[in-house]
Structures are given as structure tokens and as C-alpha cells.
Design a protein around this ligand. Structure first.
Ligand code: C2O
Length: 526
């Protein structure tokens, strides 16, 4: 194992990823952020210097952080934000996992203003799959807004805007895209430079490429395709799967997929497309028809392709993941049978003063001022009656924190019911889960026992982010063995910030003995 050191200075600049100038948050001047590439077992040190006027954090999406919950980067859960002008050292070891991950700010909607980057972990088990490609390329896809996220969020949360999420103005591939400036007139308030470019990926004929796709956006699902090139999907989130052949691949917020294809075509270049699934927008929203494309080129030409044909397969009509039954992990890991079952209901409710908030059961989340981890450890240590079973202060506001306490290692079934008209890409921190079953309407409890029996011998898909369909349900299972406070939330930024987040507290028997490092606690003194 090696120690890998990264120095990240975060700052705000004026930039025009698609030609429209706006404030952009960058890491070492870069957008998207620098690639972090490590081997399993490595110690990773990321020294973050916050040059912003607001706090910030970085979250390592998909990493387990086993034994280092305080390095998870979740504001109000595992840490206070890094104050403006201050530095903080993220220091953790990447154990027991490899594949495609990413990192992003976990402070409000801040990641949507630029603080995203890829995080790749290698391991010897990749040797076999590596024989099936010659080049490994990371590609970030994201929806894009021409306004800073905080203003958009305020508008979204204002009374009367129920369910009208901000609609992206464009989409970016590798942090860039074309935008037609003539769609803004001179009094629009935007400065648009008509010189924006699309990303271009150079190919060598007959070589095989692995593209690692990451949706780092705020809201929109993409359907990814490359004209005239058939894709073989081999990884979903960080799980290697039996190859699945597709023309179009749906990829929702925070999900990752790897595809392999062969550069076996004869024209000089082709379109690579990321088309938004407009069904994911609610009926109150106008439909975005942006042209989100990049080029793959055999001859280093960036002129518009003349021999490139979009697949005739219909675009996905529903806002859904690739059918989970198609995803079969290459390395079987049967789900153990469950010890305990929880049901949560996801809804949007118009609460007091007509503010539209998202609820999990009866709680709508707002980040705690003292992170729930800090509270829990202090409470567990004190072991006195002012702390409830979860170790949290009994003075704790349960209208804004919903925490399920799993005190010892257990296999947890979680049925997530969505009572909402939109689809929600849910992410669980610190764990992978098995997707046991999913459907529309209501879960049929009569099927539960058989499901349980079959799954324990089967090989259900495991990942860390999946989409709950509109008015549907998904049953996930995970082994709660990773000590700490772990968020489960909708990864659509607007929804998380309207409260669509809950937490699991696991292994409080271990947490009781923890001492949170002083530099982590000190972040809360600012
Ligand atoms: Cu990608 Cu809670 O995060």
C-alpha cells in the first residue's frame, strides 16, 4: 500500500463551460476536479484548502470509510463544514472495494456549481476484465445551469413552486458543451461567448475502449449512446457485472457505469450523446431539448460528423434504471437472509406557510448544527439518560433528523415507498445494498417470504445508488456492519435540500469507544 497525497485548493472563478459566463467553483483551477486514482489498500490524503466565502466539504461517493466515518464529508452528519480560509486533511484508507467512484461537495447544493471529480480504485481482481480493453477513459456527464445553485434553490423552496424543480439550461460532457448564444437576447443578463466547444475523444482504429461514465449532475437522468457503436456494459456503480449489450444506457444522478466498445467503424468521427430523459421532469416543468453531445474521432477532426447515425431504438419513455434483472454481478455475493425490516415512505408535503418540503415518514431533514455523529459519540460516551437509544441528545429535534439505530451488525431490509410523482435516485453512504425487488404501486407482503428464501441463494445486483420509480417501491437489503452515521438520501440536489434524507446509525457498540479526531471536532468551533 502507498500513501497518495493530493492538495486541493477550492476557489471561485468566472468561467464559461458552455460559453455562458457564470461563477464556477473549481479545484486547483480545474473543472471537473482532478482525477483521483489509487489502488485498493492505499492511504489517501487530500488536503483541502477552502478559498470560498462559504463552508465546504468533500464526500467520497461510494467509499465505505470503515472506521473513519468522520471522513465521509457529510455536512451536519459527519462533520461541520471546512470554514472559509481554512484547510482540512481528509485522511482515510480505501479497503475492501474497487471500481468507479466520484467525489463531490456535500454542503448544500454546492457540488452543482462545479465541485465534482472522479475517484477510481484499482485492484488485482481487475486483471481479467482489463484484458478486454486497451484504453480506460473516465467521462463525466452532468446537467448544467447558467445560474448559481443557491439562487435556484431559494426559488425552488419558495412557496407556490411545489414540484417545479429548476430545469437545466444545458448539459455538459467532460465539463464542456456547445450552447447556442442566440437563444439569449441582449437583455437576458447572461454573457454568452459563441466559442464553446464539445468534448472530443480520439480513438485508434480497432482498439477497445472502456468508458467509465459518471452522472455528476443535479437533477437529470441521461441516456448515453455512441452513434454506430454498440456498448457492452460491464460495471454498475462499482460492481462488475456480466456484460450486457445496449445501444442506449440510462444513467441517473450519482450512478456510474462502465461500457466497453470497439473502435471498428470507418467514418472519421461520430456523435456521442447524452440525452436527458424528459419523463424525469414533472409535468409542471417545461421540457429541455438541449443538444448534449461530444465527438469520438478516428482522425482528430472536430468538424460535425457526416456519417453518424443515432440509434433508432426509442428513447426511454419512463424515468427508470436499466432493468435490474439485466444486471448480474460477475462475482456472486448472495444476500444473507434479513434480521430486521423497516419501511419508509417518501412524500412531498405542503407544510406550514405553504413551504413544499420532502418527507421521509414524518421528518424533513435539515442539517444539524452539531453533526449527528458528534452528538451520538458524546452521548454514547456519557451513557446517561439525557441521551436516547440512538445516543442522540433527547433535546434533539426529531422533526429534522430521522435516524434508525442498528446497534449491532444486522442484515437490514428497507422498503422504500414513493408516494411521489417523480423518480428518485437514492444513495446509501458507507455500504452497498442488494436490490431485492422493485415495482409500481404497493409492495405485496405475501411475496416477502419467498423473496427472502430465493434471494439468499441468488445473486441480486448490488450497488450504492438506484432509482425508485414514481409511485413505486424498491426493497433493498444491506449488512449494517459499518460503524457510524450514514446518510440515505435522494441524490437530486433540489430534493435533498428540501429534506429527502435520513440516517442510519450502525454499531453503536463500537462507536461508544470512539474518539473523533481533534481536527474534525475543531471544524465546529469556527
Ligand atoms: Cu454522492 Cu450523500 O452523496
Amino acid at each position: 500500500p502507498t500513501t497518495r497525497v493530493f492538495n486541493f485548493t477550492i476557489s471561485e472563478i468566472q468561467a464559461a463551460p458552455d460559453g455562458v459566463i457564470r461563477p464556477l467553483l473549481v479545484i486547483n483551477g480545474q473543472f471537473p476536479g482532478p482525477l483521483i486514482r489509487v489502488n485498493r489498500g492505499d492511504r489517501v490524503l487530500v488536503n483541502v484548502t477552502n478559498g470560498l466565502v462559504n463552508g465546504t466539504t468533500l464526500h467520497w461517493h461510494g467509499l465505505y470509510q470503515n472506521g473513519t466515518n468522520w471522513m465521509d464529508g457529510s455536512t451536519g452528519i459527519t462533520q461541520c463544514p471546512i470554514p472559509p480560509g481554512k484547510s482540512f486533511l481528509y485522511n482515510f484508507t480505501v479497503e475492501n472495494q474497487y471500481g468507479t467512484y466520484w467525489y463531490h461537495s456535500h454542503y448544500g447544493t454546492q457540488y452543482n456549481d462545479g465541485l465534482v471529480g472522479p475517484f477510481i480504485v484499482h485492484a488485482p481482481e481487475e486483471a481479467a476484465i482489463q484484458k478486454s480493453y486497451d484504453f480506460d477513459q473516465v467521462i463525466l456527464l452532468q446537467d448544467w445551469y447558467h445560474d448559481f445553485s443557491t439562487g435556484l434553490l431559494d426559488e425552488y423552496l419558495a412557496s407556490g413552486n411545489e414540484n417545479a424543480e429548476p430545469i437545466p439550461d444545458n448539459g455538459l460532457i467532460q465539463g464542456t458543451n456547445y450552447f447556442n448564444c442566440s437563444s439569449y437576447d441582449s437583455d437576458s443578463g447572461y454573457t454568452c461567448q459563441d466559442n464553446s466547444t464539445r468534448a472530443a475523444f480520439n480513438l485508434t482504429k480497432d482498439k477497445r475502449y472502456r468508458f467509465r461514465l459518471i452522472n455528476t449532475g443535479a437533477f437529470a437522468e441521461f441516456q448515453f449512446s455512441i452513434d454506430n457503436h454498440t456498448l457492452s456494459v460491464i460495471e454498475a456503480d462499482s460492481t462488475l457485472i456480466e456484460p450486457v449489450t445496449v445501444h442506449r444506457l440510462p444513467i441517473h444522478i450519482a450512478q456510474r457505469y462502465s461500457v466497453i466498445f470497439t473502435a471498428n467503424q470507418t467514418a472519421s468521427n461520430y456523435w456521442l450523446r447524452a440525452q436527458m430523459t424528459t419523463d424525469c421532469f414533472s409535468s409542471d416543468n417545461p421540457v429541455l431539448d438541449a443538444d448534449i453531445t461530444a465527438l469520438i474521432t478516428y482522425t482528430n477532426t472536430t468538424t460535425a460528423p457526416t456519417d453518424s447515425t443515432d440509434w433508432t431504438d426509442a428513447l426511454l419513455l419512463e424515468c427508470k434504471d436499466l432493468n435490474t434483472t439485466l444486471l448480474v454481478p460477475a462475482e456472486a455475493e448472495p444476500a444473507p437472509s434479513q434480521d430486521t425490516t423497516y419501511v419508509i415512505n417518501v412524500s412531498f408535503q405542503i407544510g406550514n406557510y405553504a413551504l413544499d418540503k420532502a418527507y421521509i415518514n414524518s421528518t424533513t431533514w435539515t442539517p444539524a448544527k452539531t453533526p449527528t455523529l458528534n452528538q451520538a459519540v458524546a452521548g454514547l460516551k456519557a451513557g446517561n439518560s439525557t441521551f436516547n437509544a440512538a445516543g442522540l441528545s433527547s433535546a434533539y429535534d426529531t422533526s429534522s433528523q430521522f435516524i434508525i439505530d442498528i446497534p449491532v451488525t444486522q442484515t437490514v431490509d428497507l422498503l422504500i415507498n414513493s408516494l411521489d410523482e417523480g423518480a428518485h435516485p437514492f444513495h446509501l453512504h458507507g455500504h452497498q445494498f442488494w436490490i431485492m425487488a422493485a415495482g409500481g404501486g404497493y409492495f405485496d407482503w405475501a411475496s416477502y417470504e419467498s423473496l427472502n428464501k430465493n434471494a439468499s441463494v441468488g445473486n441480486p445486483m448490488r450497488r450504492d445508488t438506484m432509482t425508485i420509480p414514481a409511485y413505486g417501491w424498491t426493497l433493498i437489503r444491506f449488512v449494517a456492519d459499518n460503524p457510524g452515521l450514514w446518510a440515505l438520501h435522494c441524490h437530486i440536489s433540489w430534493h435533498m435540500e428540501s429534506g429527502l434524507l435520513m440516517q442510519f446509525q450502525t454499531r453503536n457498540d463500537i462507536m461508544r469507544g470512539w474518539t473523533i479526531p481533534g481536527d474534525v471536532l475543531a471544524l465546529c468551533d469556527a
